[in-house]
Ligand binder design. Structure first.
Ligand code: ADP
Ligand code: G6P
Length: 474
């Protein structure tokens, strides 16, 4: 029984089965795991989530000091709940319909069934009066389901991705159920204040509850608070990694292996259509084609983690990027000097830190992104105050990292100008901007984020009787 339970669609590690049947564990992709893993490490607790495969019936286990509680998904649930409703309906809808969302009733039924399973599993491992912190768009019904099972719990919910404007949210055939599901929480956290305001307005207009500023008043006397808590990283850990002699050596090796160019541009993303990878590579290629940058002097390193590969939109994106990189390198590259050095793979953190250290210009250009932790990781690694960050104004991070070269990723010419400005800026200007961003990233790290959220969670409904645990048996 745990006093703190994190509930997220994925466990922080995925189970991998080798060709010879051996089992190993690999870090799961994405920013949610990057942010929450250190939080669970410094607070004793359990993490409830899916281990990434089909029908795995696994007992709770401990991995590198973390207490993990697996939830099994069947093949049809992976298709309908995970690839379908979570990543074919909600993900594109919540990211400004960058791709067209699809709505299918059987996907929704699976979403309800899987959310119920997560709620039951969380109810089974939470101690009396415990705090349960539910994460992200895949589990928006869990707060209400869990409250029905365990009214003694304090329940928090955090949305890692953007919350859409009301006009888009209104498309969702199950919009009311989602709002009611979330209202099972005492505190609902968003990346940006505008998202929290959107949510409260929707609750007032679509569910009809009384609201005032950040608060929703439910008919049973309970209050729900919705507010912004911009997520972050363990900045000190990234900085330590970047300062290590091994990473410094590896950063030099990387530069040499690229032919010691004067400028290294870098992109690091999950291969996702929200990240704007295609547009940024096109902008860069046009700069080379136009003679503003040369293949002797500059290279663009793009690392893309494989993601959601069975979802059609992701397959299409991968093919488009393969084609673009092939064409650009074929047309403009020289022997041993590609324009774009592209890797479709996941990398150890040490390698990422070395890439961040080696990169003169970090290019982060999503069309829409809840926060974007890659931008913060780059800043955390630049203890030398060098390097330049080109950042989309549509990433949550742009709210805090105001000193980046901010761009509109839909404006290719604007991006070209920003890439050149960032790379040609005098060292003094680069370090002035980097110093200011480093102050923000160091002061507002993930420990502060979690401390603020969990502190505020205990302050909502302070009179709630946390000892009232109903009879409960699984
Ligand atoms: P998202 O959560 O949408 O994937 P973020 O930028 O917030 O976007 O977080 C991505 C996380 O995944 C970061 O912590 C980053 O270091 C990590 N990551 C991205 N690409 C890779 C890669 N190729 N190999 C390993 N980790 C990666
Ligand atoms: C984003 C989402 C997370 C998700 C991650 C990786 O960070 O906010 O909820 O876990 O991407 O995506 P995946 O579908 O592989 O879990």
């Amino acid at each position: 029984m745990s006093e703190l339970v994190i509930v997220a669609n994925r466990l922080p590690v995925d189970q991998v089965i080798d060709d010879d049947g051996g089992i190993s564990w690999r870090r799961s992709p994405g920013g949610l795991v990057t942010a929450l893993e250190p939080v669970l490490r410094s607070n004793e607790g359990a993490w409830v989530g899916w281990p990434g495969g089909v029908d795995q019936q696994l007992e709770p286990f401990v991995s590198e000091g973390l207490h993990l509680v697996p939830v099994s998904l069947s093949a049809s649930e992976i298709e309908e709940f995970y690839e379908g409703f979570s990543n074919g309906s909600l993900w594109p809808l919540y990211h400004d319909v960058v791709a067209k969302p699809e709505y299918h009733r059987e996907w929704w039924d699976s979403y309800v069934a899987v959310n119920q399973r997560f709620a039951e599993q969380a109810a089974a491992v939470a101690a009396t009066g415990a705090t349960v912190w539910v994460q992200d768009y895949q589990l928006q019904l869990v707060p209400q389901m869990l409250r029905e099972l365990r009214p003694d719990l304090r329940i928090g919910f955090y949305l890692h991705i953007p919350f859409p404007p009301s006009e888009l949210f209104a498309q969702l055939p199950w919009r009311r159920q989602i709002l009611e599901g979330l209202l099972g929480a005492d505190l609902i956290g968003f990346q940006l204040a505008g998202a929290a305001q959107n949510f409260v307005r929707l609750v007032r207009n679509r569910v009809g509850h009384r609201t005032h500023r950040e608060r929703v008043y439910l008919p049973d006397g309970r209050e729900v608070r919705a507010a912004a808590y911009p997520i972050s990283i363990d900045a000190a850990e990234f900085e330590d990694l970047a300062r290590s002699p091994e990473v410094a050596r590896r950063a030099e090796e990387i530069r040499e292996s690229l032919g010691s160019p004067k400028k290294i541009f870098l992109g690091v993303d999950r291969l996702d259509y929200t990240k704007g990878i295609f547009a940024r590579l096109r902008a860069y290629a046009e700069l080379v084609e136009g003679g503003h940058l040369s293949v002797e002097d500059a290279v663009f390193v793009q690392v893309a983690t494989p993601s959601r590969e069975r979802v059609e939109e992701y397959r299409i994106l991968r093919d488009e990027i393969d084609r673009l990189v092939g064409r650009v390198n074929g047309d403009l590259g020289q022997l041993g000097r590609p324009v774009i050095s592209y890797m479709h793979s996941s990398m150890p953190r040490e390698e990422l830190a070395a890439l961040y250290r080696a990169a003169d210009v970090m290019v982060v250009t999503p069309f829409r992104d809840g926060m974007n932790l890659v931008a913060k990781e780059y800043v955390a690694c630049r203890y030398d105050d060098a390097g330049a960050l080109v950042l989309s104004e549509f990433a949550g991070a742009a709210n805090e990292l105001r000193q980046a070269w901010l761009v509109n990723p839909y404006d290719i010419n604007g991006m070209k100008t920003a890439l050149l400005d960032a790379c040609q800026a005098p060292e003094k200007e680069q370090s002035r901007r980097m110093r200011a961003m480093r102050r923000t990233v160091t002061e507002r790290d993930v420990a502060k984020w979690a401390g603020d959220f969990l502190g505020d969670l205990t302050a909502v409904n302070p009179d709630q009787d946390l000892t009232l645990r109903p009879d409960f048996d699984y």
